[in-house]
Design a binder for this molecule. Structure first.
Ligand code: SF4
Ligand code: SF4
Length: 68
């Protein structure tokens, strides 16, 4: 079993903290806006290794770590 990060894009404030710390460069900010008007984080699921760093740093609890 390995883990993956899921993103609740509606909760994202587009701060970019997670993008900066992902060790696999699996995260970026979307060109689209979420309903709150922020460029939300998007994940390259193939690149994600489930390390949980994004989950740890996000100040808005956008991430959930799930078993896959
Ligand atoms: S779980 Fe780790 S590898 Fe996956 S997106 Fe978050 S920081 Fe990047
Ligand atoms: S750290 Fe959280 S609020 Fe900031 S861009 Fe990443 S998911 Fe969005």
């Amino acid at each position: 079993m390995s883990k993956k990060a899921l993103i609740n894009i509606a909760a994202c404030k587009g701060c970019g903290f997670c993008v900066d710390v992902c060790p696999k460069q699996a995260l970026s900010l979307s060109a689209e806006f979420n309903p709150a008007g922020y460029n939300y984080a998007v994940i390259d699921e193939k690149a994600c290794i489930g390390c949980g760093t994004c989950y740890t740093v996000c100040p808005d609890y956008v991430y959930t770590m799930v078993e896959e």
